[in-house]
Design a protein around this ligand. Structure first.
Ligand code: MLT
Length: 263
């Protein structure tokens, strides 16, 4: 896997294609492999770059982080790769980071893609859930976190008919370092509410959500759609939260329609 040095470590990434950079930002507690079904399939649309955020996958770090901090590191890495301006494309936690990127670096993006994500900060119950997950992590490690999350990440349809997706997800989650999961839970719990950022997003934006997404459900996607002026919403049937893995063909078609319509 190629890598690039940034101020606080090394970012590893996979890249295919040429032209317009499309920066794929993974969810929690995953890594760039969650985009395996997009990296090659979309390479005719541009330069598809799937990064391992610092602390995840093959970008090791034990340092605590914020989602804004991750957005800044992402920009540093993309600049070092000569991949700006880009189309930040984030799923869930990756979407929170893409929204931070849009807020701080508006001139570094040509368009934006937000998948299975939301602008709202954690509710008090959501924050309590993160604290509970920190306890589960301390007691049982990454496997215990995977046990808790797996049933929420994918639809019942995927659990029944696509067991390989469930196996791949579980294996990625179990490989995520405990320290990274801990830091990510804190960063997710304490993240800013991004709703006030939405009116200033002026680039074309694609919003994608699985019809059965239980983590960032359709109303959150609709709120993004209402808040971002030039946005398009695509709802993916037969999928929960992990649309890129559960229904890659449909997600790729939605991305293809959107990117090929850009100037
Ligand atoms: C993710 O998929 O990145 C996380 O589930 C996001 C979250 O828990 O808010």
């Amino acid at each position: 896997m190629p890598s690039v040095n940034i101020s606080s470590g090394t970012i590893s990434y996979t890249e295919h294609g040429k032209g317009r950079p499309i920066a794929l930002i993974h969810g929690f507690p995953l890594d760039s492999r969650m985009w395996d079904k997009q990296i090659h399939a979309l390479a005719d649309l541009g330069r598809v770059i799937a990064i391992d955020l610092l602390g995840f996958g093959k970008s090791p770090s034990n340092d605590p982080f914020t989602l804004m901090g991750q957005a800044k590191l992402l920009r540093e890495a993309l600049k070092a790769m000569d991949a700006l301006p880009c189309i930040p494309t984030g799923l869930s936690m990756g979407g929170y980071i893409a929204l931070e990127f849009a807020h701080v670096f508006p001139t570094d993006m040509q368009a934006l893609m937000l998948l299975d994500t939301r602008a709202e900060a954690d509710s008090p119950e959501g924050k309590a859930g993160r604290n509970k997950m920190l306890e589960i992590l301390a007691a049982g490690g990454a496997k215990a976190v995977a046990d808790q999350l797996i049933g929420k990440l994918v639809s019942a349809d995927t659990i029944q008919h696509r067991p390989q997706v469930v196996r791949d997800l579980r294996s990625m989650m179990e490989q995520c370092p405990v320290k990274t999961i801990e830091h990510a839970l804190v960063a997710l719990r304490d993240r800013e509410d991004a709703r006030s950022y939405l009116p200033s997003i002026s680039v074309p934006t694609l919003i994608v959500v699985g019809k059965d997404d239980a983590i960032t459900p359709i109303p959150s996607a609709e709120a993004l759609h209402q808040g971002i002026a030039h946005s398009k919403l695509e709802i993916i049937p037969g999928s929960g939260h992990m649309t890129t893995m559960e229904q890659p063909e449909q997600v790729n078609q939605a991305i293809r329609r959107f990117v090929s319509g850009l100037k």
